[in-house]
Design a protein around this ligand. Structure first.
Ligand code: HEC
Length: 166
């Protein structure tokens, strides 16, 4: 390689890392500081969808996604017994690049980030216009998704087992 070419090439290569840093990454997950920390809540190994998760929807998401008038908000029906089917691996009705519940990945699940974070990929924090749900319930949703978001959890023997998170 000629010396002059080298002299041009080297500075160009040197600025590459700086460019890569300046390039914004796709905002797949909200910034952690805009999300509540659930570290203080002991981890639940076994979460039962109908006993642990559905009651959260039934108490906190009423009139919009539960017992709605004409249509559920964002085409998300959280009424029992079909709510699970509206969540598991289902794309968002507002942006189909976003998935409501990605099994095993709470941080990539729109459902969890909308309950846990102020800044979200689409729309506003849920429940819309109300207080965020308690950390204990955010953690339950998190742990359920982490466990693969099962529709039924028949392994009830260990349900009372708690473990320290992290
Ligand atoms: C007062 C009405 C209201 C309440 C209460 C409410 N939501 Fe919503 N929800 C909306 C509206 C309107 C949208 C669409 C706009 C948005 O995403 O902010 C929405 C969107 C969503 C979405 C995104 C759906 C998609 O396909 O993009 C999720 C997930 C969600 N809500 C979950 C919940 C959960 C879980 C609760 C209860 C803890 C809840 N919401 C409570 C009105 C509500």
């Amino acid at each position: 390689m000629r010396r002059r070419t080298l002299r041009r090439l080297v500075p160009a290569l040197l600025i590459l890392p700086a460019l890569a840093q300046a390039w914004p990454e796709h905002a797949a997950a909200p910034l952690a500081e805009q999300c509540d920390s659930i570290d203080s809540v002991p981890m639940r190994q076994h979460v039962n969808y109908s006993e642990d998760i559905q009651p959260i929807w039934s108490t906190r998401c009423a009139n919009c996604h539960v017992d709605w008038g004409k249509f559920p908000s964002a085409d998300l029906d959280l009424n029992p017994p079909t709510s699970w089917f509206f969540l598991y691996n289902e794309p968002s009705s507002q942006d189909n690049a976003l998935i409501r519940v990605v099994p095993n990945q709470p941080g990539r699940s729109l459902l969890f980030t909308k309950l846990n974070c102020e800044a979200v990929d689409v729309g506003v924090r849920m429940p819309r216009g109300r207080q965020p749900i308690p950390l204990s319930e955010q953690a339950l949703v998190h742990d359920w998704i982490l466990a693969g978001a099962p529709e039924v959890q028949d392994d009830t023997i260990f349900r009372a087992r708690f473990e320290i998170r992290g």
